[in-house]
Design a protein around this ligand. Structure first.
Ligand code: ZN
Length: 320
């Protein structure tokens, strides 16, 4: 991004790609600030916005008339939103040197909306930069992606996340370590996992299924397992994270013998050490796969409760 600014030729459209929570939106905002900051360019050659001038502050607060944001309404970005954007772009920028449009989840554009946006990209308005945010380039129509310069945002390292969580978000170091390890490099996900009740929820999920004592799995009462499925299905928002927690636990049981220092659930090392010899690697891998296919089925909108019931039986070794 610095190279872009240094070269002094910012393209008309940028595409920021990366998983959620790796700083794409923050980078887009910083770029808008860097392009418009009122402070003399001498400060780091205009690469770093001052953050305190009137323009920087208004941009940061989302109150600058030349910063336009489009986000999905419900699940979709609709053509009416893009048409409204076109109408605004037909006018000159109010005050900014470079007007900035941020499209936060570009994949959510329906085909009509995407085609309307394509027209903007084909005839880019004056002094305007479009920034599209997406997980990967293939989320977009090739005709759109090819008109944008792409910047990739990699996952954040465990250490970087842990520092962000403890220093900026006041998370206790131990919880931060687990959340960072669980997050797959995404700050958004790490924050979700560092909410206080997640550690409690992990304890509940693992113990309710019986994965803390694998030697007792086969005698776990059926009604208890089905009750776990029912409770999770009743809290749909928990399901993706609950599945992550289960996979992380199974993974830890799998790797403990080979690399105990790389546990995700570091705080449970003693329990994992006791439990890990009770299941074969093959049994653990089978269960990890079972969680993966349950996740895909739920994402494909199959009945969550039925999928989870089946999964619980698989985890307990009653079904393969
Ligand atoms: Zn500034």
């Amino acid at each position: 991004m610095k190279t872009l600014l240094r070269r002094d030729v910012v393209p008309h459209a940028l595409l920021f790609c990366g998983i959620e929570g790796v700083g794409k939106a923050q980078a887009a905002l910083l770029l808008a600030m860097a392009l418009n900051c009122d402070a003399p360019a001498s400060s780091a050659a205009g690469e770093v916005p001052c953050g305190v001038c009137r323009t920087c502050r208004r941009l940061q607060a989302g109150q600058h008339p030349d910063l336009l944001t489009i986000a999905p309404e419900g699940a979709l970005i609709r053509v009416a939103q893009v048409r409204q954007l076109c109408a605004s772009l037909a006018l000159k920028p109010y005050a900014a040197r470079t007007r900035v449009v941020i499209i936060t989840d570009a994949r959510a554009m329906n085909p009509e909306a995407a085609n309307a946006l394509l027209k903007v990209l084909e005839e880019p308005p004056d002094r305007t930069l479009l920034i599209l945010l997406a997980t990967q380039m293939t989320d977009l129509l090739p005709t759109i992606a090819s008109r944008c310069q792409q910047l990739r945002f990699g996952p954040l390292s465990r250490r970087c996340l842990q520092t962000l969580l403890t220093e900026r978000h006041g998370v206790a170091p131990e919880a931060a370590g687990i959340a960072a390890a669980m997050s797959g490099g995404s700050l958004t996900r790490a924050l979700r996992f560092s909410q206080a009740d997640w550690l409690a929820r992990r304890k509940w999920v693992i113990a309710a299924i019986g994965l803390d004592r694998p030697e007792m799995l086969s005698s776990r009462p059926l009604d208890v397992l089905l009750a776990v499925a029912e409770k999770l299905a009743g809290h749909k928002a928990w399901v993706p994270e609950a599945l992550d927690l289960i996979v992380a636990w199974l993974r830890d049981l799998l790797i403990f013998r080979y690399a105990p220092a790389r546990l995700i659930n570091q705080d449970q090392a003693a329990l994992i050490g006791r439990a890990c010899g009770r299941m074969t690697d093959e049994a653990l891998l089978q269960r990890i796969q079972a969680v993966g296919s349950a996740r895909r089925q739920i994402e494909a909108n199959l009945n969550a409760r039925l999928v989870l019931e089946r999964l619980m039986l698989q985890l307990a070794g009653r079904l393969t």
